[in-house]
Ligand binder design. Structure first.
Ligand code: IMP
Length: 193
């Protein structure tokens, strides 16, 4: 069985593909000839996840192909900031996207808050034969007072998952990929399929 993962990010595709059984082959966007950036005009993570999947379904129609498609959208939600940066996580400090600036802005916004609770959330939208299903994965944790560690991307240097003392950046890739919000959402999708 072949399924399209609405992503052009090779590392992400490899990470997610490793969680699927061997009889399911994941195709990235480039493999089916979709090379443009997919618009993300939504105002929630859930909406953007749906819009990305729907966009690819539409493009497949134009290419006269029909395959199951899924898209993911993720973000960090800080309790004290009313769930910001949320859907705006990638460009919290403005464009172009800059992880270090985003982390600095998050620390600045939280500097007067003792509530450091946050969660990462991923919503996957799966569309097969016009039927839409969504799966949510989350990991709870806290935001550190300064960046720690060199691994990962995004807010990894600041996010300490519940039950750990290290940030995502300090943990091994394997550990992060086993407990992450994305892994939880992908697991639900795999179980469903
Ligand atoms: P995306 O939807 O997976 O592209 O995630 C959107 C943004 O959320 C990223 O650009 C990061 O800023 C942040 N983010 C999502 N997942 C993670 C993660 O696992 N670690 C750190 N930051 C993340």
């Amino acid at each position: 069985m072949e399924i399209i993962f609405a992503s052009a990010n090779k590392n992400k595709i490899a990470e997610v593909a490793a969680m699927f059984p061997p009889n399911i082959r994941l195709l990235g966007l480039k493999e089916i000839g979709i090379t443009e950036d997919i618009p993300e005009p939504g105002t929630t993570i859930q909406e953007n996840s749906f819009l990305k999947a729907q966009y690819v379904v539409q493009r497949l129609k134009e290419l006269n192909r029909q395959l199951p498609v899924f898209a993911d959208d993720s973000g960090l939600e800080a309790e004290a900031l009313n769930k910001a940066p949320g859907v705006y996580s990638a460009r919290y400090a403005g464009t172009p996207k800059n992880d270090a600036a985003n982390n600095a802005k998050l620390l600045e916004e939280l500097k007067n808050h003792t509530n450091r609770h946050a969660r990462f959330v991923t919503i996957i939208t799966y569309i097969e034969n016009g039927k839409v299903q969504q799966f949510e994965g989350e990991i709870k944790g806290t935001i550190a007072y300064e960046p720690r560690g060199t691994g990962g991307f995004g807010y990894d240097p600041l996010f300490i998952p519940q039950g750990y003392r290290s940030t995502f950046s300090e943990l091994s890739v394997n550990t992060k990929n086993t407990i992450s919000h994305r892994a939880m959402a992908v697991k639900k999708l795999v179980d469903f399929i």
